[in-house]
Design a protein around this ligand. Structure first.
Ligand SMILES: NC(=O)c1ccc[n+]([C@@H]2O[C@H](COP(=O)([O-])OP(=O)(O)OC[C@H]3O[C@@H](n4cnc5c(N)ncnc54)[C@H](O)[C@@H]3O)[C@@H](O)[C@H]2O)c1
Length: 274
């Protein structure tokens, strides 16, 4: 069902790789809610991935960019304003990658070049995006910027590795830049902390299946799905949330407020039975 929440708004969606991607669902819903958008992903993802099919379906131009490159980001904001016909109203940062996770390096045996890359791709890219947009004055007054985070920023979840540090940094950038962009241009910046979700990035975390199963059982509402995350992004892009900024918003079926559930307790006690 469409409510026209983004009617007349212009947006940039970073990170749609395939149909499982959270960004893919956000792009589809943003257009269904009346927005016009551009899509961006790495040159490699654009060549190899399915983003061109999404582009055709949504009539949304693709602008390739490595989100760690300031020049590439400048190009995305310049071209998007040109193609969409004005300043940008909303931006989604849906980007994450850790070579340490991919190569199964443990947290006490990290490769530091890979660690730098994790932080650059998954967190600094958000600062770069915001700094570029602000310098170019590319986001309209009242605009809304969202990045996607995970609860491993606050709590230790075994196996999430250096991505936990990247998410902590991402959330900190959200607060620090949110203050400046809010004060100077009335622009909102928030993170949505999403349940574990089976996507390409998600399945790269070796223990993801176990984390998903655990949080599904512990959360009173169960895990939030990718399309439900997209719903929340749309509300945050809309004019209904004009005074929400610098927040980390949990979208996790209640997981972040739980410690021990009845079923987890039962399971725990059973593990001691002979
Ligand atoms: N899947 C989960 O369980 C989960 C949970 C919470 C938060 N998140 C976050 O959601 C976001 C989206 O991930 P997803 O789960 O949809 O997976 P995904 O693999 O579909 O998306 C990750 C995207 O990052 C892009 N990317 C990687 N390096 C890049 C670079 N240098 N420049 C530009 N783009 C680059 C990839 O091409 C891909 O499109 C990530 O920030 C992820 O950490 C995911």
């Amino acid at each position: 069902m469409s409510y026209g929440l983004l009617k007349g708004k212009r947006g940039i969606i970073f990170g749609a790789l395939n149909e499982m991607s959270i960004a893919w669902k956000v792009a589809e819903q943003a257009v269904a809610e009346g927005a016009i958008i551009t899509l961006s992903n790495t040159p490699m993802a654009v060549r190899m991935g399915e983003v061109n099919a999404l582009s055709e379906k949504l009539n949304a131009p693709v602008i390739a960019a490595d989100a760690t490159s300031v020049a590439d980001l400048e190009n995305v904001f310049a071209k998007s304003q040109e193609l969409l016909g004005g300043k940008i109203d909303f931006v989604l940062h849906s980007i994450g990658m850790s070579m340490n996770v991919r190569k199964k390096r443990e947290y006490d045996d990290l490769d530091y070049d890979m660690f730098h890359k994790t932080l650059d791709i998954s967190a600094l890219s958000f600062h770069k995006m915001l700094q570029v947009a602000k310098k170019m004055d590319a986001i309209a007054e009242g605009g809304s910027v969202i990045a996607l985070s995970y609860i491993a920023a606050q709590r230790v979840l075994f196996g999430y590795n250096d991505m936990a540090d990247a998410k902590s940094l991402l959330e900190s950038i959200t607060r620090s830049f949110g203050y400046i962009y809010g004060r100077e241009r009335g622009i909102r910046i928030n993170t949505i902390s999403q349940s574990p979700t089976m996507t390409t990035a998600g399945s790269g975390v070796g223990v993801m299946g176990n984390l998903m199963d655990f949080s599904e059982r512990v959360s009173p509402l169960g895990n939030a799905k990718a399309d439900e995350c997209a719903n929340y992004c749309i509300v945050m892009f809309s004019d209904l949330t004009r005074k929400v900024t610098m927040q980390n918003l949990f979208h996790d079926g209640g997981f972040s407020s739980m410690a021990m559930s009845e079923s987890a307790m039962t399971q725990y006690l059973q593990s001691f039975e002979k």
